[in-house]
Design a protein around this ligand. Structure first.
Ligand SMILES: [Zn+2]
Length: 277
């Protein structure tokens, strides 16, 4: 069930919104990025890694959203890293009573049954401005930006030509802006796309948090598509995007609802701020 996408870089794609877990082979074991959602899938992943004699020596969560923060006992007790902002956001969330019920509101009930919260969100924040993941393996550059979620990070596995994009650059999900606690979510998102564009120079493989793996051409195409979507959010809400509406991939019609909610929230923001645009 593990698929190699570059030398020493393997992917497991979940049935849950095409979530991609990324395994990077190091010298003494693997780094596991965004391990997955279903407990059974993570247990199977742990088994596969055991059979390959590859212990998990480090983990990384690209951002503080529930579907990127789960873990399984079978994966062991390696440190699980995130950016300082990511770790602070999840620490705040977990410190408030009732966090589990609040998160569960976002999750379809049939999925909730397959989730274990035992090791949820135990993220070690790396000091702000940390350039690379501290581990014994190929160098992995952290490209932190303010879009989608606090402390969101994409990762560039330079020697392998792989960009792990977190919840950016998906072929099935539209850009989902961080509309909480941000002054200018649209400008933030456009700035993040510029950072990712600069990072794709030497990249041959794009791995989004959800959706299809792509090559360099797809990385460029998706940056263009996401930029067009975000510009349209600001200038012409209601403009079309292939991921919203009749051209959406089968089973992804709900993305139209995400889009509608986003347009509505942005309208409320500009009304509240007394900003006509
Ligand atoms: Zn997310």
């Amino acid at each position: 069930m593990l698929r190699q996408v570059a030398e020493g870089v393997l992917i497991h794609q979940s049935e849950f919104v095409q979530s991609n877990a990324v395994v990077v082979q190091g010298r003494a074991g693997v780094l596991l990025i965004d391990p997955g959602v279903h407990g059974g899938e993570m247990a199977a992943l742990a088994n596969d890694l055991r059979e390959l004699d590859q212990p998990v020596v480090a983990g990384f969560s690209t951002h503080p959203h529930w579907d990127h923060l789960l873990w399984h006992t079978g994966l062991g007790a390696a440190p699980r890293y995130g950016t300082a902002r990511c770790a602070a956001a999840i620490r705040d969330e977990l410190s408030e009573a009732g966090w589990q019920a609040r998160i569960a509101e976002w999750i379809p009930p049939d999925i909730t049954e397959q989730i274990s919260w035992d090791l949820f969100g135990l993220i070690t924040g790396l000091p702000a401005e940390t350039a690379r993941i501290p581990w014994d393996g190929p160098q992995i550059r952290i490209v932190e930006h303010q879009a989608h979620a606090p402390g969101h990070a994409a990762l560039v596995i330079e020697e392998r030509g792989v960009l792990v994009a977190g919840d950016m650059l998906s072929d099935v999900l539209i850009p989902m802006l961080d509309l909480d606690d941000t002054a200018d979510p649209i400008e933030d998102y456009l700035a993040a796309l510029r950072l990712l564009e600069a990072a794709t120079g030497d990249v041959d493989v794009l791995v989004p948090g959800h959706g299809s793996i792509g090559g360099a051409d797809q990385a460029r195409a998706r940056i263009g598509q996401d930029r067009a979507y975000v510009n349209a959010l600001r200038d012409v809400p209601g403009a079309s995007d292939p991921r919203v509406g009749p051209a959406a991939k089968e089973g992804w019609d709900w993305v139209a609802g995400v889009h509608a909610r986003q347009v509505q929230q942005l309208a409320q923001r500009s009304e509240r701020d007394g900003n006509p645009g």
